[in-house]
Design a protein around this ligand. Structure first.
Ligand SMILES: [Zn+2]
Length: 293
């Protein structure tokens, strides 16, 4: 059914359009590659982190370093998992937990080595806890001429470890959330086309329902924005260019927010993520977008 705007509707009330889901397939050799890359990456990041927190004069900077360390470790796990073609977010979450804990452990080992003037390595967990006890008596660093000791120092260490673990798991578990994989070609789908920004929709739910029903002309009804605005609808098409058998549609409501200090941030609400469409719908949305660009 062709409409006057060029985007076709294909309505099938009994079979609403579904969104792509990861197959959860995991190849044992992929896990092996991921573990090897994870160990190497975590050790390098731990060394940089431990060196930085030991030598940085400003303690507030340490908090940024801690969050960055956990996040980068998780990001590295996510990237390694993607290279190893792991399309199972649960596995990436579990491996994120393992390497988050490993990151905390290895950063302690390297930090204690720095603290001992590079004289002594302590690998044993019980020996590390014993050293922590010794350190906590008099404290080890000061902020604003105050030196935290005892229980307070344990709380700081606990918060630090939780921050590293939490940011690591977050980054690794969400890394492939927006990606799609072609099982037939054994590749990640990377051919993408982004339409010019459309006007924002008055109701995300209504647009979502229309798209699931096959009313794709709801996109052309929004029309391309004439003037740039801080509110718009982003439409992205993707396909597997190897087999030309998988076609996907992503639609998001976007708001660009200017904060009081003049910085811009982007707030995205997903309307549909990787909805499975066919080549006709894909072509009609793309050619409509190209004509309106
Ligand atoms: Zn393919």
């Amino acid at each position: 059914m062709k409409n006057t705007f060029g985007i076709i509707n294909k309505i099938d009330k009994d079979n609403p359009y579904k969104c792509y889901k990861h197959s959860k397939y995991v190849n044992p050799s992929s896990i092996f590659i991921l573990l090897l890359m994870g160990i190497a990456g975590t050790l390098i990041l731990s060394a940089i982190y431990s060196y930085a927190i030991h030598h940085l004069p400003l303690k507030p900077l340490n908090i940024i370093c801690t969050v960055l360390f956990g996040y980068l470790t998780g990001l590295f796990i996510g990237i390694s998992g993607k290279i190893a073609k792991i399309r199972n977010p649960i596995i990436l979450t579990i491996i994120g937990v393992v390497f988050g804990l490993f990151a905390v452990y290895s950063s302690w080992v390297i930090w204690l080595f720095e603290l001992s003037q590079r004289q002594e390595w302590i690998f044993d967990l019980s020996a590390i806890f014993h050293t922590m006890q010794t350190i906590s008596v008099n404290g080890v660093w000061s902020a604003n001429s105050y030196t935290p000791t005892g229980f307070l120092l344990y709380i700081i260490w606990f918060v630090e470890a939780t921050a590293i673990l939490g940011t690591c798991v977050y980054a690794s578990s969400t890394f492939i959330k927006k990606d799609a994989f072609c099982e037939k070609c054994n590749v990640w789908i990377d051919t993408k086309y982004v339409l010019p920004n459309l006007n924002h929709t008055s109701s995300n739910d209504k647009l979502r329902n229309l798209l699931h029903q096959g009313q794709f002309s709801a996109l052309s009804d929004l029309e391309v924005q004439n003037q740039p605005s801080n509110l718009f609808t982003m439409v992205e098409l993707s396909k597997c260019s190897k087999c030309n058998e998988i076609y996907l549609l992503t639609v998001k409501a976007v708001e660009i927010i200017k904060s009081s200090n003049g910085n811009f941030s982007r707030d995205e609400t997903t309307i549909v993520q990787n909805m499975i469409i066919d080549d006709e719908i894909y072509d009609s949305i793309k050619s409509w977008g190209e004509k309106r660009a």
